[in-house]
Structure formats: C-alpha cells, structure tokens
Ligand binder design. Structure first.
Ligand SMILES: *Cc1c(COP(=O)(O)O)cnc(C)c1O
Length: 365
C-alpha cells in the first residue's frame, strides 16, 4: 500500500496542458517535416549566445549561480529596476508556478480568459485553486472589462492576462492595460504575461516599475531570443513579492548554459530586432496567403497567425490533414477561438512549404 495522495491531487481533473510534437511523432510513427505549432522561433540563436554556450560547456560539472546574479543585473539595467525586483525561473512557465504557489490556497478563485494559455491553469489546479473563466469577445479579443468585473465579483487574488495574447495574437496598448489595473479590485495581482513583448510596439507596452504592487510582468527568452529549449524566463515585481518568491523557488532550476546564453543574447539587440523584422515579414505573407485561400486571419503582434476556418469541425479536419502531410500546428479548444488554426511564422522556405501544403489540403474540401 502506498500512502494516499493529497486531496488536491485526488480531486484534480486529468489535464495535459500540452501534448508535445514529440508525443505526436511517436504516435504517428514519423517525424514532422514542418514544426509550426508551438510558436518556437524558427530563427535560431544569437551568435553571441552560441559562442557563450560553447565557452561554458566545459563548466557544466559545476552548479549554476542560484541567484542568477549576472543575468538579473543585466535584466534590471534593461528594465530600469533593481536586481531585487527580478525573479528568474525555468521559463515563464516556471515563474507562473512560483506566483501561483505564493498566493493560492485550496478553494481560492483565480480569473483568466476561457481558452487562454493553459500552463497557468495547470498550476492553479495543482495548488487547489478554483478557475473562473471569462469568455473571449466575439471579435476574439480578451474582454478586459469583463475580466476586471469578474475579479471584483469573485474576490479573486490573481488575474491572468497574456498581452500580446496567445492563442489569438491580439494586443491591448498601454492605456487599456492601465485602465484594467484601475478597474481591478484592491488586493488582486495581475499576472501580465508578455511572452511576445518584443513583437509589440515598445511605446505601447506599459512602463515597467519595481514599485507597483498590482502587477507582475512576465517575460521570456523562449520566443524572440530563440531559446525555448533552454528554459529561461523572468518576472519583474516589487521587492516584497520577489523576496517571497525567493523563499519557495527552485534554486538550481535554470542551469549554467541557460544563464550564460540568456545573458549573451540580451547583449545582442541586433539579433532579436532582426528576428522581429523577419517575423513581421512572415506575418504579412501569411495574411496574403489567407486572402488567397479565402481565410480570414486575426491581425497578430506575435510570431504566429490564427487562420479562420469558419467552424470548429473544419479547423479540426484541416489540422488533421496538415498533420498527415507532416505539418505540426495547433488550434485553440474553446469557442469562439476553436474555428481557428494557429500557425507559427517559420523561415522563408518553411513559409513557402506551409503555403503549398495548406493549398493542397484546402483543395480537398
Ligand atoms: C510561449 C508562451 C509562454 C512560455 O514561456 P516559457 O518561458 O517558454 O515558459 C508563456 N506564456 C505565453 C502566453 C506563451 O505563448
């Protein structure tokens, strides 16, 4: 007999936030020719990051700096805050886990959009929280007024918003986010997930402050910096929050290679800017492809574009046909978003191959 699992675990719904493309490849017995489903960067690493990784590889017998001091200092300089305002973890996913753990008691209500980034929900359920969902608007944008109203009505401690958003690619400017903060109830913390911040106009991102107790800003090296496989993300918040997070976070979760690569990439502005420009070009191509095929697309400020297949059933079938032809993409699971297929912007040749396959698939309908 093993001991009983915790009540939280026993009551938890079975949930896999992500079925990885590797799992799908094992199931189908073949690899994908085009991997455009996880919003990974198609544009590789900064050459400076690559050099830093090569130089560090002989030191992987040593543990990493558990305080991520050099990386936090560089991030602090970039964000114009103190290193004490920054927590580094295994991607935004890791930071989300720390924040949820710090604030969620069993039964607490947490508010998010229905169909938003699922890893947040996964953590909330893992700590026994209760998720309260606000639907997306019919135009597929997050409903900021409804999110604030629901947080007030439920007395939520945490409110989650991705901006720019995944899976829609939509973006709310600075004034809208400031308005959301003003509408939120006293004592509610906004988790502002800015995984795609680099792809949005910098002047439209709210200024970062280490003094605002209402919000934690979440950023990552997984998207524009092309390091999803290394696992580095960070949060910027008040020192009071960061002090608390330091008491519960994993100290050696972000290894030496991840830390040096992130630091080097941060020092290579031209690289990330080049990725952002190429992604913008790719989005324009995808929009043109949508027009050619009679599919609406959602204007996106990320590294992916949602294509509108009109119904959930059709988008399911298109996704399956694409997979049969070796193309990995994903789609949102909840209305009104589930009629879309979400396609990551690849390299030029990958975009051309995607266009050819999508044309062929749609000819069969
Ligand atoms: C990709 C993505 C993440 C994951 O970030 P990691 O730093 O790789 O954990 C988090 N939030 C959103 C909205 C994303 O799209």
């Amino acid at each position: 007999m093993t001991p009983p699992f915790t009540r939280i675990l026993r009551d938890m719904p079975a949930m896999t936030p992500f079925v990885g493309p590797e799992t799908l490849e094992r199931r189908r017995g073949a690899t994908f020719a085009l991997r455009l489903g996880a919003n990974e960067s198609a544009f590789g690493l900064s050459p400076k990051a690559r050099a830093a990784l090569t130089a560090e590889i002989g030191r992987t017998n040593w543990y990493c700096d558990p305080e991520h001091w050099e990386l936090r200092s560089a991030l602090a300089a970039q964000c114009d805050v103190k290193p004490e305002n920054i927590v580094v973890a295994e991607g935004i996913d890791g930071v989300l886990g720390i924040v949820v753990r710090a604030f969620t008691e069993p039964g607490d209500t947490i508010v998010t959009s229905a169909g938003a980034y699922p890893t947040f929900n996964y953590h909330v359920l893992g700590y026994g929280g209760r998720l309260d969902f606000v639907p997306y608007r019919e135009d597929c944008r997050n409903d900021l007024e409804a999110l604030a109203a629901r947080a007030r009505a439920t007395g939520a401690k945490l409110l989650y918003l991705a901006n720019p958003d995944n899976p829609t690619g939509t973006f709310h400017g600075r004034a809208a986010i400031e308005d959301l903060l003003a509408r939120m109830p006293e004592g509610c913390l906004l988790l502002l997930d800015e995984a795609y911040a680099e792809f949005a106009p910098a002047h439209e991102l709210p200024p970062i402050s280490g003094e605002d107790p209402r919000v934690i800003r979440l950023r990552t090296f997984s998207k524009a910096h092309g390091m999803a496989g290394l696992r580095v993300g960070y949060g910027v918040a008040t020192t009071r929050l960061i002090d608390a997070f330091n008491r519960i976070r994993m100290h050696f979760g972000v290894g030496r290679l991840a830390q040096v690569a992130a630091l080097a990439s941060l020092g290579d502005d031209d690289f990330a800017a080049g990725v952002v420009r190429e992604v913008a070009r790719g989005r324009t191509e995808y929009e043109a492809l949508g027009r050619e095929l009679g599919l609406n697309t959602i204007p996106s400020l990320t590294n992916f574009v949602p294509f509108d297949l009109a119904t959930n059933e059709k988008s399911d079938r298109v996704l399956a046909r694409l997979a049969e032809r070796g193309v990995f993409v994903r789609k949102p699971g909840i209305a009104p978003l589930n009629r879309f297929v979400r396609i990551t912007v690849g390299t030029g040749p990958e975009r051309a191959a995607l266009a050819e396959t999508l044309r062929a698939v749609l000819r069969e309908f």
